[in-house]
Design a protein around this ligand. Structure first.
Ligand code: ASP
Length: 441
């Protein structure tokens, strides 16, 4: 029998996980069985992916930057990457704002439903608010300060310091470009081979993906809160999901226009990463797979993907920013607050910044939402309104986040003339030849 493609295997794993959890929840011992005996395998799977993230960034980014050969191509690529990321995020927030203003989901929330929600989720929302409070206490240049670690081992020992690891890797790569090639060659070869080993490890982890997502989704089903309140929030959730789907269409469109690749080619190539983002709700955990798919299935040269994707996983969160815009206005509508045009423009700015600041982990977008709410003068207690449906929306917005990173990687690759055909491996041949030329020099 022909082996199923990876995205079908993952989908099958997800479907069976949900089915399994529903069947077991008919038994009294079912939920406990899943929590004790199934969920740990999901956790192991996510841990294995996260385990790879820091070494992957170090190896691939150092190799990618040092391959550039001169600083001007680095700054050119850096500028293009950041500008494209910013543009897609602003478009995402704007789509969110248009949808929430046209459909006004908050107006359909009755005041007794609102009170019920605040009562049920007020405690959880308070915790989220306190987390956000800690972030808000910092000064305006805090993000910049945080970018530069004072100890690389300290930074590399914590997955939430990814930006610091990225900073170190780029800095290290620049150092390598600036010394004579003969001297940098051994270290380059070291990182090159480290990179290969890590990519192989990702292949191995992905063999377990269908089973990992089975466990993750089964655990999610038995831990989900009651469905009654979901219904009240359905209209809001539909607005967020509608906006997120539009974003996916938008990516397929710009990839089609600028790279002349069909939307199907793009979506098929990236789908395992999307499904994994959906199951893990973390762009950081999905990063290794996003990189593998973009390089090996979408034809982006490693020099580009190793630079664009780790940065994207941490700062480019279009799905998150769209969600934050919809959620903020939804809460304002539910509390009967009219937002002026200027306030909505303010939301574009804060949601863009908040999504950049959101960590690539589950639920981070909701923590940063507090900042958007605070800035727009919307009551933070409103978080309780959207708590019940946040997890499913987190799953979908994370898929959009990684799709956005992949789309931008393709655009930047095209603009740098580094987009090849994945099957032909023309880049490998070309670069092998260049390596050869270098050696003769
Ligand atoms: N879970 C999202 C991510 O990792 C962030 C968010 O909560 O929106 O991309």
């Amino acid at each position: 029998m022909k082996k199923l493609e990876l995205h079908w295997q993952i989908l099958l794993g997800m479907g069976l996980g949900i089915l399994f959890a529903f069947i077991l929840s008919y038994f009294e011992w079912g939920s406990e069985f899943i929590s004790d005996w199934i969920k740990p395998f999901g956790t192991i799977f996510i841990n294995a992916l996260k385990l790879i993230a820091v070494p992957l960034i170090l190896a691939s980014l150092i190799k990618g930057v040092s391959d550039l050969k001169d600083i001007s191509s680095l700054s050119q690529m850096g500028l293009r990457t950041i500008l494209t990321y910013l543009s897609t995020t602003i478009i995402a927030v704007s789509i969110g704002l248009i949808i929430v203003n046209v459909f006004e989901p908050g107006k359909s929330i009755e005041s007794d439903t609102r009170e019920e929600l605040v009562e049920s989720y007020g405690g959880d929302a308070e915790l989220t608010r306190q987390n956000a409070e800690k972030q808000k206490e910092s000064g305006p240049l805090r993000a910049l300060e945080d970018l530069v670690p004072d100890n690389i081992f300290g930074a590399a020992s914590n997955n939430s310091n990814m930006l610091q690891v990225i900073f170190f890797a780029i800095f290290f790569g620049i150092g390598m470009i600036l010394i004579p090639e003969k001297k940098s060659r051994p270290i380059k070869e070291f990182f090159d081979s480290l990179n290969e080993v890590i990519l192989k490890m990702i292949d191995l982890i992905m063999l377990a993906a269908p089973y990992g997502v089975f466990a993750l989704l089964a655990a999610l089903v038995v831990e989900a809160p009651s469905t009654d309140l979901f219904v009240a929030l359905a209209y809001y959730a539909i607005c967020v999901v509608g906006g997120l789907l539009l974003m996916i269409g938008f990516y397929a469109l710009i990839v089609g226009i600028f790279t002349k690749k069909s939307p199907l080619y793009f979506l098929k190539g990236i789908s395992p990463a999307q499904l994994l983002a959906f199951s893990t709700s973390s762009s950081a955990a999905t990063l290794p797979v996003t990189m593998e798919r973009v390089e090996e299935h979408l034809g982006v040269h490693r020099q580009v993907s190793s630079f664009v994707l780790p940065i994207g996983a941490t700062i480019n969160m279009d799905g998150t920013s769209l969600y934050q815009a919809v959620a903020a206005v939804f809460i304002a509508q539910a509390f009967g607050i009219e937002l002026s045009f200027a306030a909505q423009l303010g939301i574009i700015a804060t949601a863009t910044l908040a999504s950049i600041g959101s960590a690539a982990v589950p639920g981070a977008g909701m923590v940063m939402l507090v900042i958007v709410l605070g800035q727009a003068g919307i009551p933070e207690a409103g978080l309780a309104l959207i708590f019940a449906v946040d997890r499913p929306l987190d799953m979908i917005r994370t898929s959009v986040n990684v799709t956005g990173d992949a789309a931008v990687a393709m655009l930047v690759a095209k603009s740098q003339d580094k987009l090849g055909d994945p099957q032909v491996k023309e880049w490998d041949d070309k670069y092998k030849k260049e390596d050869f030329d270098n050696q003769i020099e």
